[in-house]
Design a protein around this ligand. Structure first.
Ligand code: FE
Length: 341
């Protein structure tokens, strides 16, 4: 029953925008299915239309877009799918609703570790999974992911669910670096250091550090910046914490992607590829940096000053495709060690 209700709610939400899309197949248009928040992404589409004259029709939803594309089959109006996190990117590819993008622009601009070797997805912006540390109680300014399992942090770490896609990717990166057996021991150590059962989101993790429930929390780079710059009610949580960019031993800071994919049956394929290339261009990349607090994937585009204030990002060179390949193993380990119990 619960499942059914969730499904109808999703279907209803999706259909709010059905009308606008079914009319969109003429030249000069591109249809985007998007998991990204409209307010973040609409300014980009407006700028694209100003630059190219191509109208952008958007269907936004928080879930179910791959299923919708699958159900629509060859009649799907979708040209481009926009999503965040390698977990969701990978799910779309696994669902079989995408096709490879052949684009010299992407190959030139986007570093190979942020692209699918088979061309089905490309990262367009990055976020790092970092430490929110208590300014008062944490003196050190550098940390490794490995160190999070050190007993010196016993009872001092807060984190959201180990099965959340953000942590799943971080743990999958750990597996990719060290192998499953070492990752399992690390997860046990990290679990033993938790101050409380994994809960909430990354903002709540900062809240709990600020409240003294834990000394360090794990969160994404943009949440801290949003709390600090844009969310007055949460600014105290940012003010009580400092961001430390952790690194893997012998590696760098774990980053995840927001990505673009070309729909398998894209009716406006040429415009879809144009949009994808445009999103990797200097205008869009600067917008991702300035208003979305994400790291641009394009070299030479400056990060937002708040994000730059964390220090120089030394992104882990591990290919994101290798992280995707270890997602399942990471999820199994989380269950095996009872991480969320
Ligand atoms: Fe997020």
């Amino acid at each position: 029953m619960k499942k059914f209700r969730a499904f109808t709610a999703t279907a209803a939400l999706l259909c709010l925008t059905c009308l606008t899309v079914t009319t969109a197949s003429a030249d000069g248009e591109v249809n985007v299915y998007s998991y990204r928040e409209t307010k973040l992404i609409q300014p980009l589409f407006d700028a694209f239309t100003r630059d190219t004259g191509i109208k952008v029709n958007v269907v936004s939803a928080s879930s179910g877009l791959e299923q919708r594309m699958k159900a629509e089959g060859a009649n799907s109006p979708a040209d481009v799918l926009l999503t965040v996190d390698i977990g969701r990117i990978d799910e779309a590819v696994q669902a079989g609703v995408t096709q490879p993008v052949i684009s010299e622009v992407l190959e030139t601009i986007i570093p190979p570790q942020y692209r699918d070797p088979n061309g089905h997805w490309a990262g367009i912006s990055m976020r790092a999974r970092v430490i929110y540390a208590s300014k008062e109680r944490v003196k050190q300014d550098a940390i490794t992911y490995e160190e999070l399992a050190d007993p010196k942090w016993k009872g001092k770490i807060c984190i959201r669910s180990g099965q959340h896609i953000y942590n799943n990717a971080l743990f999958a990166a750990y597996v990719a670096h060290h192998g499953e057996a070492v990752a399992e021991e690390w997860l046990k150590g990290l679990k033993a250091n938790l101050a409380q059962k994994p809960s909430g989101g990354d903002r709540e993790t900062a809240r709990d550090v600020a409240a003294g429930k834990c000394d360090i929390g794990i969160g994404n780079t943009y949440y801290w910046a949003l709390m600090n710059d844009k969310e007055a009610d949460k600014k105290p949580w940012a003010e009580a914490t400092k961001v430390i960019l952790p690194t893997f031993e012998g590696g760098g800071t774990h980053v995840n992607l927001s990505g673009v994919l070309l729909a398998k049956h894209a009716p406006n394929k040429a415009n879809g590829v144009k949009l994808i290339n445009w999103l990797a261009g200097p205008t869009a990349q600067q917008m991702y940096a300035d208003s979305n607090y994400e790291y641009p994937v394009r070299a030479g585009v400056a990060a937002n000053p708040t994000i730059a204030g964390y220090g120089r990002l030394n992104a882990d060179p591990m290919p994101i495709a290798k992280i995707a390949a270890n997602r399942k193993a990471a999820s199994t380990l989380v269950d095996k060690v009872g991480f969320d119990n």
